[in-house]
Design a protein around this ligand. Structure first.
Ligand code: UDP
Length: 327
């Protein structure tokens, strides 16, 4: 059996990736610090606790499992926090990833799938965001991910590290079987906060900014279902196995939804009122992030099947109502 090292395998996207990898015949080995990950989310293979900043620990895990590839999800990813504590993002995300990349190369593991973000693009008025759009991030989160992309390119040149970089748009939804789902601490993301507000588990949602230059004044995002997203990662791994080389892929659907539209769709799906109020803009937010690329479909053969907004909200709602992980 082929092992794949999955950093952040106890997190939202990483846990779904482990399920997809297992279904594809691999053994996912979760490496997680459990600072934000959940032990209950590790269901599909062995687990190693550790911090990517601890290089000796990372080397040990490579020696133990001899993975054929790495899928690197572990990161901190909160735009608001990144504006206030940028050093945390540079240290954790960039130095941690550098350790991982160096350890992978030292262990002779040359296949690397990396979780990057559309936040690396920053603000581009009326420009379609495709993989060649200049990367001008607005916050330390996006900047840290862009830096890791640069590190991968350098190690590709120096050590022959073969990598696929996925730039995610907004990930949403949950495993339709209800085995894993989205549960962050603290929660900052729109859809889970909204479902909590609908359920009375927390106060009304605050819409961050209603004076943007968009049809309804709120920010526009491109939402992609977590199951579709991780399917692309398995395809990315196969791409590397077939020796197709280093490549960057956007993962989005090309459909933009404003915050108000997401609220409206949630009202329809849950058949409940969405308690919300309107607040000021959140620092670091781009007005509009929508993928203008079909490269993943054309080259990887990626076929998103659950990324309709109502399906994503319905899957998230089902997971939400089933009770999350116990704290
Ligand atoms: N948003 C909001 N209220 C919240 C959380 C998010 O209005 O409590 C908005 C946010 O400004 C952005 C969109 O919802 O326009 C998606 O934000 P999220 O934090 O889910 O993802 P991000 O785009 O930051 O990765």
């Amino acid at each position: 059996m082929q092992h794949v090292l999955v950093t952040g395998g106890a997190g939202y996207i990483g846990s779904h990736a482990c399920k997809a990898l297992k279904a594809a015949g691999y053994v996912p080995v979760t490496f997680d610090s459990f600072v934000t990950g959940w032990r209950q989310a590790v269901k599909y293979g062995p687990v190693e606790e550790g911090d990517l900043l601890d290089r000796a620990r990372v080397d040990e895990v490579f020696a133990t499992w001899k993975p054929v590839a790495v899928m690197h999800f572990a990161a901190i990813s909160l735009v608001g926090e990144a504006m206030k504590i940028p050093g945390k993002y540079w240290r954790n995300n960039v130095l941690g990833s550098l350790n991982l990349i160096e350890a992978a190369c030292a262990a002779g593991v040359k296949k690397f799938v990396f979780s990057s973000t559309c936040a690396t693009y920053g603000e581009h008025d009326n420009v379609v965001l495709d993989e060649s759009t200049p990367q001008e991030p607005l916050n330390a989160y996006g900047a840290s991910k862009r830096a890791i992309e640069d590190i991968l390119r350098d190690f590709a040149a120096s050590d022959g590290l073969e990598h696929v970089i996925f730039r995610y748009f907004n990930v949403a939804g949950a495993d339709p079987d209800g085995e894993v789902g989205e549960f962050h601490r603290p929660e900052t993301h729109l859809i889970p906060l909204m479902l909590d507000a609908i359920d009375g588990k927390r106060d009304a949602l605050t819409v961050f900014g209603t004076d943007y230059d968009t049809p309804d004044g709120t920010c526009i995002r491109d939402y992609v279902h977590v199951c579709d997203l991780v399917d692309a990662h398995v395809l990315g791994l196969k791409w590397l196995e077939e020796g197709k080389g280093n490549r960057v892929f956007n993962l989005g659907t090309g459909d933009g939804f404003s915050v108000r539209e997401v609220i409206d769709q949630s009202r329809v799906v849950t058949n409940r009122e969405v308690p919300y109020n309107e607040g000021p803009r959140r620092a670091g937010d781009a007005v509009k992030l929508v993928s203008g690329s079909t490269r993943a479909e054309e080259e990887l053969g990626w076929r998103p099947t659950r990324s309709k907004m109502q399906t994503m909200i319905a899957d998230a709602w089902r997971w939400h109502q089933a009770g999350h992980y116990d704290e």
